[in-house]
Design a protein around this ligand. Structure first.
Ligand code: 13P
Length: 255
């Protein structure tokens, strides 16, 4: 299996933006361009309270709804947490875990990301597990070894059948929200390396089937070149997913 046999995934990450009352107008702007070609999937990963409004707006569309985080616990006395079962109950199909913003501002470790990944798989939700280096790490030449350690830590104890249900997103921290996109070569180098790491862990055949996304200042203009790279199967889009421009990125994946 190679790129043409892997489906593309264009996922939006709204982060802590938007209000439920703004969702209908947002969807009106996006819907005309949000038609998916065969082999292309799309999802909007939205704040927890907005899930029902987005789910309602997207009813009848092919675009799925995702969340941005999940508790590692099943249920119980964990004030403020949201469980995988609660997300599944709302019809959530995808969930981002290990985003660099959660790692930076909420101290999330690879071990916690690993527990969250298991919680999602247990609830039948597709995890989008993020990894990516800081500018200091890139400058120090440790990008590949750092990303490898995040991948291995996040996937600890995950067997091959489970791995087939996991999506990986490579998001260099220096490219997030900065307008400074990784070049297609830089993004491909790391995404290709990640596939190699997965190959060593699970065998090459399985690794060839894993969806690997790029994220970091992806927009309607640069998406085409990034998505053309052999190991980039889609995008995880922040800022541009809040605008109708998100449809241009879907359009680039449809081509
Ligand atoms: P931007 O597209 O705004 O750079 O954000 C990327 C990101 O963090 C998606 O998860």
């Amino acid at each position: 299996m190679d790129k043409k046999n892997r489906n593309a995934l264009i996922a939006g990450n709204w982060k802590m933006n938007m209000l439920a009352s703004q969702v209908p107008a947002y969807w009106q702007g996006l819907e005309p361009g949000a038609k998916l070609a065969e082999g292309v999937s799309s999802a909007l990963c939205v704040p927890f309270p907005l899930i029902p409004a987005v789910k309602a707006a997207l009813a009848g569309s092919q675009v799925k709804v995702g969340a941005q985080d999940v508790s590692s616990h099943d249920k119980g006395a964990y004030t403020g947490e949201v469980s995988a079962a609660q997300l599944a109950d709302l019809g959530v199909d995808y969930c981002i875990i290990g985003h660099s913003e959660r790692r930076a501002y909420h101290g999330e470790s690879d071990g916690l990301v690993n527990e969250k990944l298991k919680a999602l798989l247990g609830a039948g939700i597709t995890p989008i597990m993020c990894c990516g280096e800081s500018l200091e790490q890139r400058d120090a030449g440790v990008t590949l070894s750092f990303v490898e350690s995040q991948i291995k830590g996040g996937l600890e104890g995950i067997g091959p059948e489970e791995m087939k249900k996991v999506v990986i997103a490579y998001e260099p921290i220096w490219a997030i929200g900065t307008g400074r996109t990784a070049t297609a070569e830089q993004a491909q180098e790391v995404c290709g390396y990640i596939r190699g790491v997965l190959g060593k862990l699970y065998g090459e055949e399985l690794a060839k089937g894993v969806q690997i996304l790029y994220g970091g200042s992806m927009n309607g203009k640069n998406a085409k070149e990034l998505l053309a790279q052999p190991d980039i199967d889609g995008g995880l889009i922040g800022g541009a997913s809040l605008k109708p421009e998100f449809a241009d990125i879907i359009g680039a994946a449809n081509e």
